[in-house]
Design a protein around this ligand. Sequence first.
Ligand code: ADP
Ligand code: ADP
Length: 237
Amino acid sequence: PPAIVATKLSKRYGSGNTEVMAMQDASMTVASGEIVALLGPSGSGKSTFLTAIGLINPPNAGTIAIGGTPVLDGETARVNLRSFRRQHIGYVFQKSNLIPFLSAIENVQIAMQLGGMSRRTSRTRALELMDYLGVADRADNLPSMLSGGQQQRVAVARALANRPSVILADEPTAALDGHRGRQVMELFAKVAHEQGSAVIVVTHDHRSLDVFDTTYEMEDGIITKQLGNSLDDFRDL
Ligand code: ADP
Ligand code: ADP
């Protein structure tokens, strides 16, 4: 089965006069090994969609299956969402949300240690990822000692640490300069293509769109698939 099947997700915030339809019948299927970009203006519902699939902010209606397992049916959980998320999903939040009283490397290790990996093995893996992302020299600093961009790179390392089958990232390169941003996007593509993860990245960074297999656009809560550069996209012609 595809890694992610989201079907007709809808989400409403508030009620009466203040009601906002943030997401309407949004559907997306992502295969293992596929990396998808989700574009669209601010306020179009991208974070709402991503946090629904990340099992953080359930939709009001629609279904989500991950790796063939039905996990959400509207607001109803079909699995223990927290433990399912820990095991299968790596999430990079728009704001890095590192644990403030743990060092950078402990923030990366904790995901692996909760999964039962030894301290030593998790430290080696954390250092490897942090080295690739150029933040290994900050391993023992608290998050508050790091710049916004460094914190975001630590958050990326944390999301990838457990080799999750699904990786979701909400503007992971917003605080990074062009070169660093590109490097993070290339790492996500490598993880998709070599490790077989399904990756969805919300981004405004049009310079790195070439790393993606598929592009979707969201506007006023509605998702549409863009024609890609694969022949499959032109099957009907
Ligand atoms: P949202 O779509 O979630 O409302 P915004 O588009 O308002 O988020 O972006 C949040 C912040 O990040 C803004 O200050 C914006 O300028 C900045 N930002 C977004 N994308 C990028 C990017 N690719 N490069 C640099 N800054 C960005
Ligand atoms: P994007 O990520 O594309 O910027 P969002 O998913 O953050 O879009 O927001 C979609 C719409 O839902 C916006 O109109 C936003 O103001 C509204 N919204 C998002 N979160 C909440 C919330 N917690 N309460 C009320 N309205 C919200």
